[in-house]
Design a protein around this ligand. Structure first.
Ligand SMILES: Cc1cc2nc3c(=O)[nH]c(=O)nc-3n(C[C@H](O)[C@H](O)[C@H](O)COP(=O)(O)OP(=O)(O)OC[C@H]3O[C@@H](n4cnc5c(N)ncnc54)[C@H](O)[C@@H]3O)c2cc1C
Length: 268
């Protein structure tokens, strides 16, 4: 492909969670030239590098697209805030740093939907490859990947009680219900509360889903149906959302896509 009279083996649009991983892996051998295009600036803003900096980038149009949805009839026609990173690192530069792989069943479901090679056993090696876990490597955790992952150090006693003892013990710690409150009880009242207050929590996926049915955009090797030389590699290819935050799954997707792209290049 050619841009400004220069030719590249690969052009990656968007230096977000997925784009940066792809650029790293595809250029690693030195064999292929890679052009990584990013609409936003470099990630020099200091708050990007501080965990609590999330609050400083959330509405900062220098580093955030600051989008809103169209008015949604199912949500009382509200327009819901839709932040996305517009900076080197993409949304991973403005996110909450929570690291969750999701559950094995999430990926087995992708596989059962007809996406060969995306079951839990297939994707686990990529989760391991991408991380350096502070607790060290083991059969489920990585020890020498580019992404450092640590467990929560300061455990909140309330959360701890919830996890360890369950609801009966938790009841003793609750003085009153904060939200939705005592006035909201029936299914209809709860649904109405969700319509009035619901937000995305910033994990949109699936608008270019992987699959072979009519509504899918890419195949199981992330090639756009009916087009040569074009792939989608990011959160949008998920056939259904994982159980948790999406950054770790997106990085896994890009790690796996890098291998597929390099395999295809070696075969060509
Ligand atoms: C506020 C917020 C908090 C979040 N918190 C967490 C969390 O704590 N834990 C978690 O796991 N996940 C979290 N997420 C979700 C996670 O960060 C995303 O799922 C993930 O970063 C998506 O990666 P991506 O590569 O698909 O897209 P992105 O990382 O968004 O990358 C897309 C990139 O493409 C660029 N781009 C777009 N259009 C163009 C163009 N035309 N030309 C050039 N470049 C372009 C954008 O500027 C951007 O840099 C959060 C997301 C947000 C927005």
């Amino acid at each position: 492909m050619t841009v400004n009279n220069s030719t590249f083996d690969y052009i990656i649009v968007g230096a977000g969670s997925a784009g940066c991983v792809l650029a790293n892996r595809l250029s690693d051998s030195g064999k292929y030239s890679v052009l990584l295009l990013e609409a936003g600036p470099r990630d020099r803003y200091p708050w990007i590098h501080v965990p609590i900096g999330y609050a400083k980038t959330m509405f900062n149009a220098n580093y955030n697209w600051c989008l809103y949805t169209e008015p949604d009839p199912g949500m009382r026609s509200r327009q819901i805030y839709w932040p996305r990173g517009k900076v080197l690192g993409g949304s991973s530069s403005v996110n909450g740093l929570i690291y969750i792989r999701g559950q094995a069943n999430d990926y087995d479901r992708w596989h059962h939907l007809g996406n060969d090679g995306w079951g839990w056993a297939d994707v686990l090696p990529y989760f391991i490859k991408m991380e350096t876990n502070q607790d060290g490597a083991n059969p489920l955790r990585g020890g020498d990947g580019p992404l450092r992952v640590s467990s929560i150090r300061d455990r909140d006693p309330l959360a701890q009680a919830f996890v360890e003892a369950g609801s009966p013990a938790l009841r003793e710690l609750i003085s009153e219900e904060y939200m939705p409150g005592n006035d909201v009880n029936s299914d209809e009242e709860l649904l109405e509360f969700a319509r009035e207050t619901g937000v995305t929590i910033f994990h949109p996926v699936g608008t270019c889903k992987m699959g072979s049915d009519e509504s899918s955009v890419v195949d199981h090797r992330l090639r756009v149906h009916g087009m040569k030389g074009l792939r989608v590699v990011d959160a949008l290819i998920m056939p259904c959302i994982t159980s948790g935050n999406t950054n770790a799954p997106v990085i896994m997707i890009a790690e796996k896509a890098s291998d597929m792209i390099l395999e295809d290049a070696a075969r060509a």
